[in-house]
Design a protein around this ligand. Structure first.
Ligand SMILES: Nc1ncnc2c1ncn2[C@@H]1O[C@H](COP(=O)(O)OP(=O)(O)OP(=O)(O)O)[C@@H](O)[C@H]1O
Ligand SMILES: [Mg+2]
Length: 258
């Protein structure tokens, strides 16, 4: 068997007296779609923050493609083509949608003025490519007619889609999505899921997504990892996890009652 793309081992993070993450361990296989589930406050977002370097864990190791990344700052991790989206979106409101997209692309020619002057034709070609890619992605997510609007005018659901589209500008190999479907209308949500499968199957992109809707989790993941009170309590194929008694007690039972 090939080694997993991402290996998280015994990660923990305490905020004051709160053990937000307390012994989280799981693997994400290459070219697969893994769902991370668990009750509110289980530590899912905090775990994402640690994996992507936005927070530093108190202990544990994170290995991406055979290399330890748990002591690296976020920008060096992004260079490894691991990207994430946020539960609360972070698009720049006072900037047109298309510019939000272009800014997310690596090697922005505008970043290096000398390079821009010396290599103007190359830079212009690159900028054209970036714009084309941005328009393609906006089309996929049904945002083409919003390209010139300020991102601040988008609905909550459209902002989530913009955030995913932005993440895809870097042609990632690992994408972490924090509740990508929340607040997205059902038809755009389906489009988002279809696109996730397409990227996974066609380009081998690996996904790890946090989701509360169990129907979505069951239908769209190869593997489910369950968190409760900071710890990973189960992982495996969706059908197996659904019938796991510890999972029913910690999460699914509570969901049915709710
Ligand atoms: N920066 C912080 N400072 C203090 N406590 C925090 C911080 N971030 C998270 N927490 C706490 O850590 C715990 C885990 O929070 P986290 O946001 O990771 O949960 P979650 O599983 O993503 O929940 P949800 O499903 O509601 O998004 C919660 O008790 C939360 O209040
Ligand atoms: Mg969360």
């Amino acid at each position: 068997m090939t080694e997993p793309l991402l290996e998280v081992s015994d990660v923990a993070k305490q905020f004051g007296g709160i053990r937000a993450v307390d012994g989280a361990s799981f693997d994400v296989e290459r070219g697969s779609i893994t769902a991370l589930i668990g009750p509110n406050g289980a530590g899912k977002t905090t775990l994402f923050n640690i994996v992507t370097g936005f927070e530093r864990g108190d202990r544990g190791t994170i290995v991406l493609d055979g290399e330890r990344i748990d002591r690296r700052p976020p920008h060096t991790i992004a260079r490894r083509r691991m990207v994430r989206t946020f539960q609360i979106t972070k698009a720049l409101s006072a900037m047109p949608v298309i510019d939000n997209m272009a800014l997310a692309a690596p090697d922005q020619p505008g970043e290096h003025l000398t390079g821009l002057l010396l290599r103007a034709p190359v830079a212009r070609r690159r900028e054209k490519e970036v714009r084309e890619r941005a328009h393609e992605l906006l089309e996929v997510f049904g945002l083409s007619d919003k390209a010139e609007e300020y991102a601040g005018t988008l609905s909550g659901g459209q902002r989530k889609l913009l955030e995913l589209a932005r993440a895809l500008m870097v042609e990632p190999r690992l994408v972490l999505l924090d509740e990508p479907m929340a607040g997205v209308n059902p038809s755009l949500g389906r489009r988002l899921l279809d696109h996730m499968h397409e990227l996974c199957e066609r380009d081998g992109v690996t996904f790890l997504f946090i989701e509360h809707d169990m129907d979505v989790v069951m239908a769209h993941s190869d593997k489910v990892v369950v968190m409760a009170q900071g710890a990973t309590i189960a992982s495996g194929p969706p059908a197996q996890v659904r019938s796991d008694q510890a999972v029913i007690d910690a999460y699914l039972g509570a969901q049915v009652k709710a």
